[in-house]
Ligand binder design. Structure first.
Ligand SMILES: [Zn+2]
Length: 360
């Protein structure tokens, strides 16, 4: 998978899992408020003119992103206790090839040749968000239609990152040395924070929810974590604490992270049967953690393990009312309502400055 850029790398590493048991209930903690996110969905799916005008996704019998998007909206709403309420304002099908940052575009011939021989993949792979925004008139639509987020579906090698986001002026509150937290690329400044999720319809919805989980990791590192997300001993911010795994903290496993639960022994180890004692459920009590631990393994979230682990993990993000140490107890405010959250409650000790370490 070396040919794939870092951009869709994580989605590539993961295999797809069967869609089953997706109606498995996860506890819904009703939070004090909800936030409606007006969402624009863009689906890049070119027409193959030399193959009977079939769509690229149909040609390869890839997945239909529509039911996946519907399910993602539901999973996110459920996991956030009803807080993150995505409303699909419009669905834009684009029967064209997205332009890369260096101006390159695949066409039918070059894409199909590359698919047969991945050594022919164009590098650098990264898509031009600026071109997408311009071609689809997004800055104006964002302003006029009060859109806060864009989901961009596409094929492998289209070059979207799992998530990208642009904060006006690239102004973040805490310095960080991790470039993956803040990923503006060449998204134009739209006067408000804009998320651009990159989803791959070759893969299933578990990978898209996985990408959404990374976005939570990124923005929580930039807020509650004060620029730090560190699994090392001694790091005590609530966000880092939340992500502890038994592997590094045998006596203090919590919820883990997107790449593995409390009992994971390696990355992507979502089907791990080994039982560990985890404080994950204690985060439903946040900020009043009681220190209680319960036995947890892959049966705790159930099959399909990857999808249901993601739902379980997202569901454990704190979401109660109130404020602790200068941050909202409901971390979903930062995930789904960032501008309002940091305007109403400026992160404590934060000093706005242009992000130096970021994915530009
Ligand atoms: Zn990942």
């Amino acid at each position: 998978m070396k040919a794939a850029s870092a951009l869709l790398m994580f989605a590539w590493i993961l295999g797809s899992s069967a869609r089953a048991e997706t109606n498995r209930p996860f506890s819904i903690e009703v939070s004090e408020a909800s936030s409606t996110v007006r969402l624009l969905v863009i689906n890049y799916d070119p027409v193959l003119k030399k193959h009977g005008r079939v769509l690229l996704s149909d040609f390869f019998k890839w997945n239909n992103p529509r039911p996946m998007a519907t399910n993602l909206v539901r999973y996110i709403k459920e996991s956030s206790g009803g807080f993150a309420n995505y409303q699909i304002v419009d669905w834009v099908d684009v029967n064209a090839w997205p332009q890369k940052r260096d101006g390159f575009r695949y066409d039918e011939e070059s894409f199909l040749a590359m698919w047969k021989d991945k050594k022919k993949a164009h590098m650098p792979d990264g898509v031009s968000y600026a071109a997408i925004f311009k071609e689809l008139n997004l800055p104006e639509r964002i302003r006029k239609e009060n859109i806060g987020e864009v989901w961009i579906w596409g094929a492998p090698y289209f070059g979207m990152d799992e998530y990208a986001m642009k904060i006006p002026g690239d102004q973040i509150f805490y310095p960080t040395d991790n470039p993956w937290f803040y990923r503006p690329y060449d998204i134009p400044d739209c006067g408000r924070t804009i998320w651009a999720m990159g989803f791959n319809y070759e893969r299933e919805e578990d990978n898209a929810l996985h990408s959404y989980g990374h976005r939570c990791e990124g923005i929580l590192s930039l807020t509650v974590g004060r620029g730090i997300w560190n699994g090392a001993a001694g790091e005590t911010n609530a966000w880092s604490h939340f992500t502890r795994q038994a592997d590094k903290f045998p006596d203090d496993a919590q919820a883990g992270n997107v790449h593995g639960g409390p009992n994971a022994k390696s990355g992507y180890d979502y089907g791990q049967t080994n039982i560990v004692f985890s404080g994950a459920d204690d985060w439903f009590n946040y900020p009043n953690l009681k220190g209680e631990k319960k036995p947890v393994n892959c049966d705790t979230w159930g099959k399909p393990h990857h999808l249901n682990f993601m739902r379980w993990w997202l569901n454990h993000l704190p979401k109660s009312a109130g404020i602790s140490e200068g941050f909202y107890n409901n971390w979903w405010r930062y995930v789904a309502d960032y501008d309002e959250a940091v305007k109403a409650l400026p992160p404590p000790g934060g000093r706005l400055h242009k992000a130096k370490t970021a994915m530009y």
